[in-house]
Design a protein around this ligand. Structure first.
Ligand code: FEO
Ligand code: CA
Ligand code: CA
Ligand code: CA
Length: 631
C-alpha cells in the first residue's frame, strides 16, 4: 500500500490526519449525528455501558414478521473444540468433504497421504467450500457451491511448505478450486451426493468461459491465446454467491490477484500500471506458483491476463454443457457476493461488496426489466454501475460510474472499477463482505467484517479511511453490519437511508464503542461477520470469519460460528459453533426447508474425520429432530 498522499485528501481529512481527534470525541460526534435521525428510526439501541447511545435502531416498516417466537432455539455457548455444535433439538451430519467423489471414476482416489491425485482433482468435491445456492431442476435438488482457494499444505501434503513441485501440483490446485454443481437426495442415512448425476459438474481454473459486457473485446482484455478479448479460461477465488430470478448461479471472484506472478518486469504502464497497484498484482503472487509452470499466469508474458479475473460469473446449473459467462458490466474488484433483487419495475439490481480494507460497496441496475418470457441472456450486460456514498446524517447516495463522472471509458470503468469509484468520492468501507436482501422489508444488509486500518492509513488507491458514518471505529477489529433502505421502497433508487444493525464488540473486556451495541451480550458475542443470508421467515443468518484465538479482546468469543438475527428487535442468538480454525461460510436450504446446509471452511482441527486425518472443508446438513422446517 502507498503512503498517504496529501494532495489526495480533502481539507477535512488532511486536518484530521495532522491533528487527530481523541477517539471518544470523534465517536461521540458520530453518535450525535445518528441520534438526530430519530424521526427516521423506529427504536434506539443503547450501549450497554450506558455512557452513550447510538441511534442504531430499527428501520420503520420492518415489522412484517414481528412478534414473539422468532427463534425456535436457545442460543448455545461459545466453543473452542474440534467439532460442530448446534442447539438442543437439532442434529447435524457431513454431506460432503473435499476429495469426496462426484463421479464414479474418482471413487477411492482420495487418501490422506496424497490428498488425492491431480488427475481426479476435478472429479471430486473441491477445497474450501464457500458461497452456495440450492436449485430444483426438473425435480432434482442441486447444490452449486464455490471452492474459494487452496490450503496448499493440506492439499499437497507431500510438497514442502505446500509449494507446488511442478506442473502436476499446479494442475491439481487449479482443479480443486472453482465451483462444484451436484445433485443431492435423501438416502437411507439422510442427505447424500448423487454420484454421476447428469447435472454434476466441476468448473475450475481451467474451464472455458465467455466474456460479455463493456470490457469484452477491449484491448486490455486481449492475450496471445485470445486476440479477441472475449474468451478465457477459469474462474478464480470463488468466494460468495448469488442467484438470479431466472435460475442461474452467480460465482464471485475475490482475491484473484494472488494467482499471478512475474518472471521479469511488469509489462504495463498508465492506467494498467495503476491497476496493478490498486488490485495488488505482485511479482511473487501468494505462493501458488502458477506462473512458474503455466505461462498464462506470468504477467511478464501475459500482462492482460489479470484483467480477465475479478468478475462475477454467471453459470447455468441446469445445463452442464453451458459456457459460464463473465459479466463485466458488474465491475472488476475483489467480489464478495452478488445479492440480486428486482426493482418494482422489474429492473435487476445487484448489490456487491469489494472485500479489501477501505474499498467500496457497489450496486448494478440493469437497463432491461426481467419478467416472464424475457430473454435473460444479456440482462446483466447493460446497465448502470454505482458506488455507495454514506453521509454521517444517516443518508446516502449511489454515485453513478459514468464516463462523464470518471473520465474513463466504459471498458476502463468495468476493468478498473476501484479507480472509477475513487474518482467519484465513494465512501471507503470496513471490508464489505456479503450483502443480504431482506425478503420481509425493502432493505439490504452488508457485513463490514473488520478493518485494522480504519483511521490509520489510506486504502491502496490513496483514499483516506475516515472514521465516521457506517465505519465509526478507529482500528476496527470486531466489525459491524450496516443496512440501508432505498428511497421510495425501490432498490433501483439513487438515494437511501442507513443505520447500523449491530456493532460487534466484547462487553466482557472492552469499553465504549468496542464493547459493541446493546444487542451484543456476553452470551452471543462474536467478531468479523462475513457470509449472511436471509431465510424465508425474515431471520438474518450471520456467519463469521474472525479471530478465534479466544484471547485478549476476543476472549469468550470462541471458534467461528453462525448466529441468527431478528431484524425487527435486533436480538441475535448463537446457533452453531464450528471446529477450531475454521470459518463458517455458505448457507442454503433443501426445497422443503427441513434441512439447512452450512459450509465449514479450512478447519485447523482434523475435522470431520478426527485425529491423525487431514482437515477437510465440508458441507454439513442440519435438521430439527422433530422434522419441522428451519428457515
Ligand atoms: Fe472470501 Fe471476503 O471472503
Ligand atoms: Ca467471505
Ligand atoms: Ca472474511
Ligand atoms: Ca474464507
Amino acid at each position: 500500500m502507498k503512503d498517504i498522499e496529501p494532495h489526495s485528501l480533502s481539507a477535512d481529512d488532511w486536518d484530521e490526519l495532522n491533528f487527530p481527534r481523541p477517539e471518544e470525541q470523534e465517536f461521540d460526534r458520530v453518535v450525535e449525528r445518528a441520534l438526530s435521525r430519530r424521526g427516521f428510526l423506529g427504536g434506539i439501541i443503547a450501549f450497554g455501558s450506558g455512557a452513550s447511545a447510538l441511534g442504531l435502531g430499527v428501520l420503520k416498516g420492518s415489522t412484517a414478521l414481528a412478534g414473539a417466537g422468532r427463534f425456535a432455539f436457545e442460543g448455545i455457548p461459545a466453543a473452542t473444540d474440534a467439532t460442530v455444535h448446534v442447539p438442543e433439538g437439532y442434529a447435524w451430519k457431513v454431506l460432503v468433504r473435499w476429495g469426496d467423489p462426484l463421479f464414479g471414476d474418482a471413487v477411492g482416489d482420495f487418501d490422506d497421504a496424497t490428498g488425492g491425485s491431480a488427475d481426479k482433482a476435478d472429479r471430486v468435491f473441491g477445497e474450501n467450500t464457500d458461497g452456495m445456492e440450492h436449485f430444483v431442476i426438473d425435480g432434482r435438488e442441486v447444490i452449486a457451491v464455490n471452492h474459494e482457494y487452496a490450503n496448499r499444505r493440506v492439499n499437497l501434503p507431500q510438497a514442502a511448505e505446500g509449494r507446488p513441485r511442478g506442473a502436476d501440483d499446479v494442475a491439481k490446485l487449479q482443479k480443486l478450486q472453482g465451483v462444484s454443481i451436484f445433485e443431492i437426495r435423501q438416502g437411507s442415512d439422510g442427505w447424500e451426493v448423487v454420484l454421476d448425476s447428469p447435472l454434476n459438474r466441476r468448473i475450475t481454473h481451467l474451464t472455458p468461459m465467455r466474456i460479455s459486457g463493456p470490457a469484452a473485446g477491449d484491448e486490455l482484455m486481449r492475450t496471445a491465446a485470445d486476440p479477441t478479448g472475449t474468451v478465457c479460461l477459469g474462474t478464480f477465488n470463488n468466494c460468495g454467491s448469488g442467484r438470479t430470478p431466472w435460475g442461474t448461479f452467480l460465482t464471485c471472484e475475490e482475491n484473484f490477484n494472488g494467482y499471478f506472478g512475474a518472471s521479469g518486469d511488469f509489462a504495463v504502464d498508465g492506467l494498467a500500471a495503476e491497476g496493478y497497484r490498486r488490485y495488488g498484482i505482485a511479482p511473487e503472487g501468494w505462493g501458488y506458483d502458477y506462473h512458474k509452470w503455466d505461462a498464462r499466469f506470468d504477467v511478464t508474458q501475459e500482462p492482460n491476463e489479470p484483467h480477465r479475473a475479478g468478475w462475477v460469473v454467471e453459470i447455468d446449473p441446469a445445463d452442464p454443457q453451458s459456457t459460464p459467462v463473465k459479466r463485466t458490466a458488474l465491475g472488476r474488484f475483489k467480489h464478495e457476493n452478488a445479492a440480486v433483487v428486482l426493482a418494482p419495475d422489474g429492473r435487476v439490481v445487484v448489490y456487491m461488496g469489494d472485500d479489501e480494507r477501505g474499498e467500496f460497496l457497489y450496486k448494478f441496475v440493469s437497463s432491461g426489466a426481467y419478467g416472464p418470457g424475457v430473454d435473460t441472456s444479456t440482462l446483466l450486460d447493460e446497465g448502470q454501475l454505482y458506488a455507495a456514498r454514506f453521509e454521517d446524517d444517516g443518508t446516502g447516495r449511489w454515485l453513478a460510474l459514468t464516463p462523464e463522472a470518471t473520465g474513463m471509458s466504459p471498458a476502463q470503468i468495468a476493468i478498473f472499477t476501484r479507480m472509477a469509484a475513487s474518482r467519484v468520492g465513494a465512501t471507503t468501507m470496513d471490508r464489505p463482505e456479503w450483502v443480504a436482501v431482506n425478503p420481509a422489508a425493502v432493505e439490504a444488509y452488508c457485513a463490514l467484517t473488520n478493518n485494522r486500518n480504519r483511521g490509520v492509513r489510506t486504502n491502496a488507491g490513496g483514499d483516506w479511511q475516515r472514521v465516521g458514518g457506517p465505519n465509526p471505529r478507529k482500528i476496527n477489529n470486531f466489525g459491524q453490519i450496516v443496512r440501508w433502505r432505498p428511497a421510495g421502497d425501490d432498490h433501483a433508487a439513487e438515494s437511501f437511508a442507513w443505520d447500523l444493525y449491530v456493532m460487534c464488540g466484547n462487553p466482557a473486556v472492552s469499553e465504549g464503542p468496542y464493547r459493541g451495541t446493546a444487542n451484543i451480550t456476553v452470551g452471543n458475542m462474536f467478531n468479523s461477520p462475513d457470509c449472511m443470508m436471509f431465510d424465508t421467515t425474515g431471520l438474518l443468518w450471520i456467519q463469521t470469519d474472525g479471530d478465534d484465538s479466544n484471547e485478549g479482546e476476543f476472549a469468550g468469543q470462541g471458534n467461528n460460528q453462525m448466529l441468527a438475527g431478528d431484524p425487527v428487535t435486533g436480538e441475535i442468538r448463537r446457533f452453531l459453533t464450528g471446529p477450531r480454525g475454521c470459518e463458517v461460510t455458505g448457507l442454503t436450504w433443501s426445497a422443503d426447508r427441513r434441512t439447512m446446509f452450512v459450509g465449514i471452511q479450512h478447519p485447523d482441527a482434523p475435522f470431520p474425520d478426527g485425529a491423525g486425518r487431514l482437515p477437510r472443508s465440508s458441507i454439513i446438513a442440519i435438521w430439527r429432530e422433530d422434522g419441522r422446517p428451519l428457515g
